[in-house]
Design a protein around this ligand. Sequence first.
Ligand code: ZN
Length: 70
Amino acid sequence: MPIFEYRCKDCGHRFEKLVFGSQSLEVRCEKCGSQHVEKMISAFATSASQSDSVAGMGNSSCSSGGSGFS
Ligand SMILES: [Zn+2]
């Protein structure tokens, strides 16, 4: 289910909303009802997984890079 975060340009209210297809064109501010809302990029999932994989790769390559040990 696509959940997008929006921010109202009129009152600054931020809210999350389930959006199905063309429904994104009808998103209104929950607080003031304004249609002047902008979609925010919710990057909490992607950024977390990316940094996690990068750190894991760095660790594995570093430990396995001990070729001088053998
Ligand atoms: Zn608003």
